[in-house]
Design a protein around this ligand. Structure first.
Ligand code: OKP
Ligand code: ZN
Length: 346
């Protein structure tokens, strides 16, 4: 399968995030994608550059005022003080229950809080350009399917599945998987299924499609009672209104063994078959790996082949979208294992 990359990913390069009361180097680093691209080249894959194709679909997934904020956030931050160019903006106040989110405050940090779910999503000078290039890569992968390819891989960062209609969070700014799914709908697919195999629940993707019966969202993830994003991803979230029955969460206890994880993958695949999807988007997080530094499942490198093999049995036009995975040196091999497992079985 062909890979689409956004070369501009590397200009999203914040220096630090907060972790257990300390400033630490960002887990979500440019190095991650360099390892993925290296493994793709080493193993003979066709890697192409994204085209600028996301302008039309972006405002149908994210709110206009969120997009405007994101596109100008760094300029607003650096306009506040001359030395802000060497600093990172973080929110310090949020419109939680009883507070209003309909009026944009004039204060920049207050607006940053309005458009954020956490303080764990650092920004840098290139964040908007990199995130936009990632969305372009997602739509470019869909364009490959429209041109007759059965599958495509969007190798991108920052990731996207925590980003909601009007908020960033969990290292995510634009929801690339949702953008791909909407783009598939706009290309004529009547029913699109999204399966999210990242360790963390894809709260943003779930929220974007929660009221809709045309996009099924299925997720395997660490139980939000103990794992990020904490406030969404429980088994009783099944969709709302017309979307009732089109959301399936399969949370698993931290430390869950690989056999249990693959049984959940079977459950997810059966739901996708029942839905009669005509295209599939895979939010491909590789942080289910046993050695991931911020996650607690136990998959080994060979297991990633089997993920690809199992997903290929659905026999659907498929777009893979890169999400998390922080065991950086193993990330390239684990990622390409999924793609080759899929290619060999399709
Ligand atoms: C993004 B993705 C706290 C560090 C934890 C949340 C994890 C985001 C994971 N500062 N941050 O789903 O892989
Ligand atoms: Zn994750």
């Amino acid at each position: 399968m062909i890979t689409v990359i956004s070369r501009q990913h590397s200009i999203h390069n914040p220096k630090f995030e907060f972790y257990r009361g300390e400033k630490v180097p960002c887990f979500e680093s440019p190095q991650r994608l360099e390892y993925v691209i290296q493994a793709l080249h080493d193993r003979g894959h066709d890697v192409r550059e994204a085209e600028q194709l996301s302008d039309r679909v972006l405002p149908t997934v994210h709110s206009q005022r969120y997009l405007q904020f994101l596109a100008s956030a760094w300029d607003q931050w650096t306009a506040l003080a001359a030395d802000n160019i060497d600093k990172q903006p973080f929110p310090s106040v949020w419109p939680v229950r009883s507070l209003r989110s309909d009026i944009e405050p004039k204060n920049f940090i207050a607006r940053l809080g309005l458009y954020s779910m956490d303080n764990g999503t650092p920004m840098a000078a290139g964040t908007w350009v990199a995130a936009k290039a990632g969305a372009d890569a997602a739509v470019s992968a869909v364009a490959l399917l429209n041109a007759g390819h059965t599958s495509a891989f969007c190798a991108t960062r920052p990731p996207g599945h925590h980003a909601g209609p009007d908020f960033m969070g969990g290292y995510c700014f634009l929801n690339n998987a949702a953008i791909a799914a909407q783009s598939l709908r706009d290309s004529g697919c009547q029913r699109v299924a999204i399966i999210d195999v990242d360790y963390h629940h894809g709260n943003g993707t779930q929220t974007i499609f929660y009221d809709r019966p045309d996009v099924l969202f299925v997720s395997l993830h660490g139980d939000p009672r103990t794992e990020y994003p904490f406030y969404l991803g429980h088994a009783d979230e099944t969709g709302r209104g017309a979307g009732q029955g089109y959301n399936l969460n399969l949370p698993m206890t931290a430390g869950t063994d690989t056999a249990t994880w693959f049984a959940a993958l079977d459950t997810a695949c059966r739901q996708i078959i029942r839905f009669q999807a005509d295209a599939l988007v895979i939010s491909l997080g590789l942080d289910t790996f046993a050695e991931d530094p911020i996650s607690r499942f136990t998959l080994q490198s060979d297991d990633f082949f089997h993920i690809g093999t199992r997903l290929a049995t659905l026999r659907l036009p498929t777009v893979f979208i890169m999400e998390g995975g922080y065991a950086t040196t193993a990330l390239g091999h684990n990622t390409v294992n999924v793609l080759e497992g899929f290619d060999n079985a399709y």
